[in-house]
Design a protein around this ligand. Structure first.
Ligand SMILES: [Zn+2]
Length: 87
């Protein structure tokens, strides 16, 4: 669930029911941003600008490149969760 197709035109499930049900473990704000890793496509950048997703820092260390969610609250920005690459 929630798989992204990198480098293609298809990007689906920006906000799955699973994500909408999540809350930030720090401030309890619901509906976090899903963090997209890898080189973002034009569609991904548009989605990020629109506040639908978050794009991970491409220069993050290896240990940071599987963070799944980012809180959308101003002043929080907490990141948590682990992407299941096998999903
Ligand atoms: Zn938060």
């Amino acid at each position: 669930m929630g798989a992204f197709t990198f480098g293609g035109d298809t990007m689906h499930a920006f906000k799955s029911a699973t994500v909408l049900a999540l809350v930030c473990p720090r401030c309890s704000l619901p509906s976090p941003l899903e963090i997209v890793h890898g080189v973002p496509s034009a569609e991904m950048i548009e989605a990020a600008v629109a506040g639908l997703i978050a794009i991970a820092n491409p220069f993050a260390s290896h240990g940071d490149n599987t963070v799944a969610y980012r809180c959308r609250a101003t002043g929080c920005g907490h990141e948590w969760g682990v992407i299941d690459w096998e999903a």
